[in-house]
Ligand binder design. Structure first.
Ligand code: FMN
Length: 191
């Protein structure tokens, strides 16, 4: 099959599946949750996590004020919650109340942690830069909330226990196939 080579960049962010998360924040007595699909690990030591958020989001205002945010990883069964917090604005509505979102207590920050999350990070903001139409926020992970039974002893996600929530773009959610292959890089790197 021929490939198209084009300078018409198009919807490049939809060219690969991403993990849909819910980012949480609080400040001045308000808390909020939004869907975020643009995010990644950045560093082991210190443990840094990056999220890309448009400045017009209410969540950004709360993070800029409090210098803290939470990243919550949810199972596929919670896709509707992601669509709900990604389709509503915290300037207009109290999402925790409207969507009846259950929470766990944070330990190192004041960010809301979602009870439904199989993993969640409490982050302290260490950097905030504008790139194009989004801000790149870097947080140091200061506490991790893990549903132990969802992970193998090596701390990889156990797909027999949890179906992760992925996002294709254009309001399409999916989960991962349970097919995995163990490919030892030490062995494969020497072939
Ligand atoms: C699946 C999904 C992923 C999203 N990913 C992002 C993202 O990475 N960055 C962003 O700024 N907005 C993203 N959004 C949009 C925000 O979640 C949405 O604008 C939300 O209403 C913002 O809420 P807030 O104004 O209460 O903060 C995403 C929406 C959905 C549905």
């Amino acid at each position: 099959m021929d490939k198209v080579i084009t300078e018409d960049i198009g919807a490049f962010s939809q060219h690969y599946p991403r993990v849909a998360t819910i980012v949480t924040a609080q400040a001045g007595g308000r808390d909020n949750a939004m869907a975020v699909a643009w995010h990644t690990c950045i560093s082991f030591k210190p443990p840094l996590y990056g999220i890309s958020i448009a400045a017009k989001r209410f969540t950004y205002q709360l993070i800029a004020d409090s210098k803290e945010f939470g990243v919550n990883f949810l199972p596929f069964a919670e896709a509707e919650l992601v669509a709900s917090v990604g389709g509503s604005g915290g300037y207009e509505v109290d999402k925790f109340h409207r969507f009846n979102i259950a929470r766990d207590k944070p330990v190192k920050t004041a960010v809301p942690i979602l009870k439904a999350a199989y993993a969640a990070y409490e982050c302290k903001l260490v950097d905030d830069k504008l790139y194009g139409d989004h801000r790149w926020l870097v947080g140091e992970i200061v506490a991790v909330h893990l549903l132990r039974e969802a992970f193998t002893p090596e701390e990889t996600l156990d797909l027999e226990k949890v179906s992760p929530l992925l996002y294709l773009g254009h309001e399409l959610y999916l989960t991962a196939s349970k097919d995995t292959r163990y490919l030892d890089r030490e062995v494969y790197g020497k072939q």
